[in-house]
Design a binder for this molecule. Structure first.
Ligand SMILES: *Cc1c(COP(=O)(O)O)cnc(C)c1O
Length: 392
């Protein structure tokens, strides 16, 4: 018999009832060190007191009014994001998937309004993940996501990872945009080298193609910069944000330049919930904390420290792990043993990690994780690796 909850998830047999910082507690009081942070969502840890205050203060005033009216909390958050990034304008969504939908619409509308309605083709990359709507699965294209759900939204070209010749050849007079994660998350913490992001920018500039960065997972301070693309010194035309920006409250956004967004006038897009006062009050506090002086440097320092510990772990378990990849606190352990076996062994050692494609386990702790917790993390991962190593 089907479960009351639609059985689309492969869930671990764990249920948590409270959280504090980087720790989650089950009903029976067992504490787990959380290195997944709700898949890079709880960027400032569980029950962060400043976020609790921001949420509860707003909850006592006003939750929702719809976008029929001005929403000062939304304007404040948009202004903070415009101030801190390449963007001139922001649209708020409730998720990364919805951000993908708007990014696609905005890019197509841009060319349509410039007398090039044939420019609808969007180039995406193998191993990417942009969400689960029909548009977002068509964009990513992986068989495991699209099989059985056709006909898919047309207009996507999928290229192999890092095949520069194929990329140049794929750009035609029908190309609308290129969509790419500066660091693939679901795809296995695969970092696009800086020179490739620069090359993409040049290619887009010379062909009039829009560049869309999907920073839903790698953005919001995760790599030690507010957005991952900042390391490469290039900017996109359109960017998708979600996950960390709400610190656990559902919130997403599309950031864009004035030029890229020029076709999106009144009536071209909308959302009932998107950018409501509750979500934006929390989002503003998240942005305020992450952009405060010293915060991003501390993420980079923690990332370097954690990475060093993980390199030691790889050296100590050469049959279990192959190497460490990633940037800042978006790290991946490339496995030789089966990644899901190590994640499961982690449950036994009371440490939570997230599997990804390419036989990688993802480590995406709260950006506020303490040095002591990072030390403890390496210890517990070592215990999990020892357990798995015994069976090899
Ligand atoms: C999670 C994710 C999405 C989808 O976000 P949802 O909030 O789950 O809709 C899109 N792109 C990337 C890179 C993601 O990691």
């Amino acid at each position: 018999m089907i479960t009351a909850v639609l059985p689309t998830y492969n869930r671990a047999p764990l249920a948590f009832t409270s959280g504090q910082g980087s720790w989650l507690t089950t009903e029976d009081g067992t504490r787990y060190l959380d290195l997944g942070a709700g898949i890079a969502v709880n960027a400032l840890g569980h029950a962060n007191p400043e976020l609790v205050t921001a949420l509860t203060e707003q909850a006592g005033k006003l939750w929702h009014v719809s976008n029929l009216y001005r929403i000062p909390e939304q304007e404040r958050l948009a202004e903070a994001l415009v101030e801190a990034t390449f963007a001139d304008t922001v649209f708020f969504t409730n998720s990364g998937t919805e951000a993908a939908e708007l990014a696609i619409k905005m890019a197509r509308k841009y060319h349509y309004d410039r007398g090039a309605p044939e420019r609808t083709q969007i180039i995406a990359f193998e191993g990417s993940f942009h969400g689960r709507s029909t548009g977002a699965i068509a964009a990513a294209g992986a068989e495991k996501m699209v099989k059985g759900f056709g006909p898919l939204m047309p207009g996507f070209t999928h290229l192999k990872w890092a095949d520069h010749d194929a990329l140049r050849a794929a750009i035609t007079d029908q190309t609308c945009a290129i969509i790419i994660e500066p660091i693939q998350g679901e795809g296995g913490i695969r970092v696009v080298p800086d020179q490739c992001l620069k090359g993409l920018r040049d290619l887009c500039d010379s062909t009039g193609t829009l560049l869309i960065f999907d920073e839903v997972q790698c953005g919001m301070g995760r790599t030690g910069r507010l957005f991952a693309h900042e390391w490469a010194g290039v900017t996109p035309d359109i960017m998708m944000v979600a996950k960390g920006i709400g610190g656990g409250f559902p919130l997403g956004a599309v950031l864009a330049t004035e030029n890229a967004a020029s076709g999106m006038g009144a009536g071209t897009h909308g959302s009932t919930y998107g950018g409501n006062p509750l979500a934006c009050a929390v989002g503003s506090k998240v942005v305020e904390i992450i952009t405060a002086p010293g915060f991003l440097d501390s993420v980079a320092a923690k990332g370097a420290r954690f990475r060093q510990g993980l390199e030691g772990l790889v050296a100590a378990h050469p049959k279990v792990f192959e190497g460490v990849r990633g940037e800042g606190l978006m790290l991946g352990l490339k496995c030789l043993a089966t990644n899901t076996d190590i994640v499961k062994a982690g449950y036994g050692a009371h440490v939570l990690t997230v599997p990804a494609a390419d036989n990688v386990i993802r480590l995406l702790p709260a950006l506020t994780i303490t040095d002591d917790d990072l030390t403890e993390a390496v210890k517990r991962l070592d215990a999990a690796a020892t357990e798995v190593g015994r069976t090899l």
